[in-house]
Design a binder for this molecule. Structure first.
Ligand SMILES: Cc1ncc(C[n+]2csc(CCOP(=O)(O)OP(=O)(O)O)c2C)c(N)n1
Length: 380
């Protein structure tokens, strides 16, 4: 009856390929075509510029509160590029680079952050779920989608995203457990930006890493430098290949930093120091990747200038289109907020709807609820 350490079948690893200064580890460097590397940089730059412009629009009162994604581009893009178009991309809300890469229109994203749910609908043919603000809820959806993929045998994999704070939610643990028990083809990508609003990671968990939980659930796990797009790319590529060939789920912890306030409504100076933020600025993902690409002669300043010019045009066009769309029906119709949620609008909401219609000076025939069930019953 000995007392001895239990041998666990799995170990977790750490990987970084590009260091803080953009120097590459030649042994770990993946073989990626120059054109693809340049394209990866273009998508990252596009996401960064969109994020910067969204902040300006918010400060001008042209969009509502939104969570910035600056600094999360390497994680979002470096993982999403390993998916096939018909695989599932199941995001939280900081995966701006992934949204753009997967085919969401910038106009739709703008409409969403302007406060219209219509912008949350993934474009036709894009196998993504909408932005998930309820923390960790999307992980259960991802686990279920992976289980379904196994049942129908369609070989699709599911890539889902969540923050460090989400790992303290019960939903996260249920999803990891189910995915593992059912060997669902799910890649759990944790964007560990070290803060859940004002709560630092050290105050919400007592273990060394997030990834060690993979061992507890009996799945492979790897921690990577999340500001290093090559490390994210390699780790998630391996995880996708394993999932697609029946090897089940993987947990990938990507360490980064939340460079911005939690949302545009937050003031981080109340809970962390500027020195801390500055320390991380030096390690940010875009500058690092730029140095690597320039060292390889894949990218130069003229390329970046051209990309920036094209991006600016694209952003300007999307802003005009989104603002125009919100001025026209159906987005311009304030009564729409009562429609589509209930099959039968409860009496109190019906009364509120009529009161608003009256205040807006609309006649009753224009104010019929337009939800699907009501329309069907009326033979519409
Ligand atoms: C179920 C639930 N509880 C609380 C909130 C409020 N809330 C919004 S963001 C957030 C912190 C999330 O932190 P993390 O998972 O680390 O993601 P990050 O925002 O840092 O990307 C909380 C608690 C919520 N949206 N959903």
């Amino acid at each position: 009856m000995p007392r001895k350490p239990i041998e666990l079948p799995m170990q977790v690893e750490y990987m970084s390929i590009l260091d803080d200064t953009g120097e590459v580890d030649k042994e770990l460097e993946p073989k990626v075509e120059a054109a693809q590397l340049k394209d990866m940089f273009r998508w990252m730059l596009y996401a960064r510029r969109v994020d910067e412009r969204l902040l300006k629009l918010q400060r001008q009162g042209r969009i509502g509160t939104f969570p910035q994604a600056t600094g999360h581009e390497a994680i979002s893009l470096g993982s999403a590029i390993n998916l096939k178009p018909d695989d599932w991309h199941v995001p939280a809300y900081r995966e701006l680079a992934g949204f753009l890469y997967r085919g969401w229109t910038l106009e739709g994203i703008l409409i969403y952050w302007m406060g219209f749910e219509e912008g949350a609908r993934p474009p036709e043919g894009v196998n993504d779920t909408p932005i998930a603000v309820p923390i960790a809820s999307q992980l259960l959806h991802a686990a279920g989608m992976g289980m379904a993929a196994n049942i129908v045998g369609d070989k699709k994999v599911v890539m889902t995203y969540f923050g460090d704070g989400a790992t303290s939610e019960g939903d996260c643990h249920e999803a990891l457990n189910f995915a593992s028990v059912f060997q669902a083809p799910v890649i759990f990508v944790c964007l560990n930006n070290q803060y859940a609003i004002s709560v630092p990671l050290s105050k919400q968990m007592h273990c060394e890493t997030i990834v060690q939980r993979a061992v507890a659930y009996g799945m492979p796990g790897i921690k990577v430098d999340g500001n290093d797009i090559l490390a994210v790319y390699v780790a998630t590529k391996e995880a996708v290949e394993r999932a697609r060939s029946g090897g089940g789920p993987t947990l990938v912890e990507c360490l980064t930093y939340r460079y911005t306030p939690h949302t545009t409504a937050d003031d981080p100076s109340r809970y962390r120091s500027d020195e801390e933020t500055q320390r991380w600025v030096a390690k940010e993902p875009l500058i690092r990747f730029e140095k690597y690409l320039k060292n390889k002669n894949v990218l130069n300043d003229a390329d970046i200038k051209k990309m920036d010019e094209e991006i600016e045009v694209r952003i300007n066009e999307a802003i005009i289109a989104a603002e125009e769309a919100t001025k026209k029906p159906p987005l311009s119709d304030p009564l729409a907020m009562f429609d589509y949620l209930y099959a039968d609008l409860p009496q109190n909401l019906q009364e509120q709807r009529e009161e608003l219609a009256k205040a807006l000076g609309l006649n009753t025939s224009e104010t019929e609820p337009r939800n699907a069930a009501t329309s069907a019953r009326r033979g519409a």
